[in-house]
Write a protein that binds this ligand. Structure first.
Ligand code: NI
Length: 138
């Protein structure tokens, strides 16, 4: 970690009160750590805007495995992008529904492509790509 700097932030009291309430709800014990996390989150978002940047993320999918050919289609897509998928977790939620979480890695553009292909597949009830960082630049 680099040298610690102290900065002053001018903020109106209404906004500060809302911020304090928010971070208290989220379990922060001080404003500094909350500010740092907000900044890091913005930096991670910025990294994902560069198509060639190395990124890590997770794709979450919920689908009914009874939908005709759906499991096969999702597996096919995953094989097409096998270089970008590090691991897959599959949980049978109930008789019909499956939850799948994939850990994805690679160039931002490629990872976004895998996520889009999976989430937009007909029959997927809900899908979400969560963007995170390799941690190397934060
Ligand atoms: Ni299942």
């Amino acid at each position: 970690m680099s040298e610690l700097n102290r900065i002053g932030v001018a903020i109106d009291s209404d906004l500060l009160a809302k911020f304090d309430a928010l971070i208290q709800d989220r379990g922060y014990t001080n404003r500094s750590e909350a500010f740092r996390d907000l900044i890091r989150d913005e930096l991670v978002q910025k990294i994902w805007e560069k198509p060639d940047q190395q990124v890590v993320g997770t794709v979450t999918l919920v689908y009914d495995h009874h939908v005709r050919m759906l499991s096969e289609k999702l597996t096919g897509i995953q094989h097409d992008f096998h270089h970008n998928i590090l691991s897959t977790l599959h949980v049978h939620l109930d008789h019909d529904n499956c939850l799948e979480v994939l850990i994805v890695k690679g160039k931002a553009a490629d990872v976004q492509k895998v996520a889009d292909a999976l989430i937009s597949t007909k029959g997927v009830k809900h899908g979400r790509l969560t963007l995170t960082t390799t941690g190397a630049d934060l």
